[in-house]
Design a binder for this molecule. Structure first.
Ligand code: G6P
Ligand code: MG
Length: 213
């Protein structure tokens, strides 16, 4: 292991909750609802692809212009949460873990589908922790396509086999594997069934566990 690639939403910070709230508001305003279980399918998926899935759950069809309008609305609701974020929202153990990686000469990249990733890193004052940042403005294909992680590995200068991905999304674990990388799931083993290792958070993770992968 020479490099680690981190998803953002749900791994570094719990913005996954804010995405869920904003998408649910959109669904409610369109006259339907969806469950937290369904929401798992949205994690790691781009904004427009998420919208398509939600509309199909509600059996709602919109014109391309209406889709753009609703996606922009959702993003405004989401950003209202993001603008209030502080460094205190970084998930437990994350900063210590990244510092340990650095001290051990391991390179670190962000691999997120979010176009808001740079803003979030700024809000939580963590931009300096990453040697490279790949976000939704750099990619054309959503997870489970491995593009975002392959670009991250390339930016750090290592082959996929030297990289480990950290993900809270089923689609993200699949993206890592399709890119030829190991995947550590952050969350529940019942959800992240394909991960090579699952931990509830970074306080429960040691470097030795990573080297053992
Ligand atoms: C991440 C999240 C998704 C989100 C996507 C796009 O992958 O897990 O829930 O839809 O980013 O985020 P954005 O901030 O660009 O709408
Ligand atoms: Mg995520």
């Amino acid at each position: 292991m020479k490099a680690c690639l981190f998803d953002l939403d749900g791994v570094i910070v719990d913005t996954a909750v804010y995405h869920f709230k904003a998408w649910r508001r959109l669904a409610n305003e369109l006259g339907f609802d969806f469950t937290e279980h369904q929401n798992e399918q949205l994690k790691g998926i781009s904004r427009m692809e998420s919208l398509e899935r939600i509309l199909s759950w509600g059996d709602v069809s919109l014109s391309p212009e209406e889709k753009e309008t609703w996606a922009a609305r959702k993003n405004e609701w989401y950003l209202a949460y993001v603008r209030q974020m502080t460094p205190a929202e970084v998930l437990p153990g994350v900063k210590d873990f990244l510092t340990t990686l650095h001290k051990n000469g391991i390179k670190i990249a962000l691999g997120s589908a979010s176009k808001n990733a740079p803003l979030i890193l700024e809000r939580i004052e963590m931009a300096s922790y990453f040697d490279a940042v790949i976000d939704g403005t750099h990619t054309t294909r959503s997870k489970p396509d491995p593009e975002v992680f392959l670009l991250g590995a390339q930016a750090l200068g290592f082959p996929p086999s030297d990289c480990i991905v950290f993900e809270d999304a089923v689609a993200g674990i699949e993206a890592a594997h399709r890119g030829g990388m190991k995947a550590v799931g952050i969350g529940s083993p019942e959800v992240l069934t394909e991960a090579d290792l699952v931990v509830p958070g970074f306080t429960q993770l040691t470097l030795d566990q990573l080297f053992a992968l």
